[in-house]
Design a protein around this ligand. Structure first.
Ligand code: FES
Length: 86
């Protein structure tokens, strides 16, 4: 089965905009998806400055897909979508 790599941005902008809540993914994801998904935190993904606006933070990367204004639900949904692709 395909492996999904989840990176939660822990840079200042995303952290302030709520990525600290996304730490729960580290508990939720392994329980739900077991070994198919790996979650880790990352320094600024560079999205907050390249878009020139901060309103879409926090950002989470699910493989190559960037989830904007990320919530636990949005990230879980994207993981499921990617796992079901194959
Ligand atoms: S702080 Fe998250 S993309 Fe920059």
């Amino acid at each position: 089965m395909k492996k999904v790599d989840v990176k939660v941005c822990m840079g200042t902008t995303c952290f302030v905009m709520g990525s600290s809540n996304l730490q729960k993914l580290i508990d939720v994801v392994p329980r739900k998806f077991k070994d198919n998904v790996e979650v880790s935190g990352m320094a600024c993904l560079g999205m907050c400055s390249s878009s020139g606006e901060y309103s879409k933070a926090p950002y989470v990367k699910v493989n190559d897909v960037v989830v904007q204004e990320a919530t636990i639900d949005k990230v879980v949904e994207e993981i499921e979508r990617q796992l079901n692709e194959h």
